[in-house]
Structures are given as C-alpha cells and as structure tokens.
Ligand binder design. Sequence first.
Ligand SMILES: [Zn+2]
Ligand SMILES: [Zn+2]
Length: 122
Amino acid sequence: MEWRSRWHITIRWDRAENSPAGVTVLERVVDSTAELRHLVARARADRHVVAFPYRQVRELVGAEPDRCRRGHSYVGGSATRAVRDWWPCRCGGHLVLRCRMCPDVRVDPVVSADCTPRRTDS
Ligand SMILES: [Zn+2]
Ligand SMILES: [Zn+2]
C-alpha cells in the first residue's frame, strides 16, 4: 500500500436545474492538482456556482499484505488472521500486521527515512 495525495472538492449550485448534473451539490475526488485546477476554473466561470470548497487528503491506496514475510497466510480463520495495529505517523500512518504463526511483523507502507511513527508496542 502507499499514501497518495488526492483532492476532495464540493461544488454547490444555486439551483439544481442550473447545474450540468441536475443536482445542487456534487462531490468529486481527483488525483492531481491539474484536475483540481480544471474543476476550480470551471466552477469559477459558472455564475450559478455559489461555493466550491476543496481540501487535500491523503489516502492509503493498494491492497494490504495477505501473508507474512515467511509466507504464512493472513487469510482464513481467527487462528491465522494477523494481529492488526496502527502506528500514527507524519506520512499518514502505518498498518502493522503481526503474524500469529511466527514472530514476523509487517509494517505497510514501509517506514521511510522521513517517517515519524509512534509505535504502540507494549
Ligand atoms: Zn509468519
Ligand atoms: Zn510513516
């Protein structure tokens, strides 16, 4: 998995019939600032748009690991399911998976040099 920056924008029209989609509120999620700029420019040019607040969010994308580094599967019953933990971090956070079959601990996404994970190990 990896953290990716995305933009959430909410576009509001004065009346539903004045918007292309026939609704007063439209929520969009875009992956790049170029797409965001495009939406903002279009909203600015539309005199029926009353507001278009947007915010940057970081989202974890990709599939989480399904086995430990020694090959033990995390899927199946409660006996094999990894013990899950979460380390808050500057990057957004890390999922921690502890194998039940061996001492392996997987941290996903991998902790990088500028990470500041707050480990919650007891
Ligand atoms: Zn294992
Ligand atoms: Zn981190």
